[in-house]
Design a protein around this ligand. Sequence first.
Ligand SMILES: [Cu+2]
Length: 179
Amino acid sequence: MASIPTGARTRPYWLQTIAAVLLSIIAAWALSSDGYAQSPMAPRSYKVGAIVIEAPWTRATPGGAQVAGGYLKITNPGQDADRLIGGSLPMASAVEVHEMSMTDGIMKMRKLPKGLEIKPGQTVELKPGGYHLMFMGLRGGLKEGQTIKGTLVFEKAGSVEVEYQVAAIGAKSSGHKMH
Ligand SMILES: [Cu+2]
């Protein structure tokens, strides 16, 4: 720093350079894929067409279980209705869209053959006890703390890659603060 003249009134050139580099780093970070913080447990959001998907999560599977539920929030800020019709997961033989409902005092679930409609302006939350994705024919268990890549398929918006955070066995929520 000996080359910096003492008593300079304007910001020295080297300081401007550092400031410019820092700004470009911050800008690059802000524009990076998710827009969200990159920490592994932070809720993530994804966009495909007009559809926004938030914070996909699933649960660790007890030994030998071959099914697991997938949960997330879907918002459709667009002008047209769309449908979540399925998806894929490398370690599952199928990903189905399910509904859970009380029938004669018994919780039952069924596959929605035409998928789940998301109307314009609507937000639908897939959560335990309600709509959910069902991962069928799982090969190998899901472990708490893992991140599982998969895809979701919408009738109009098409397919999008997402990552599921794996919560504890039997968790009622991902443990994330939804906003
Ligand atoms: Cu199910």
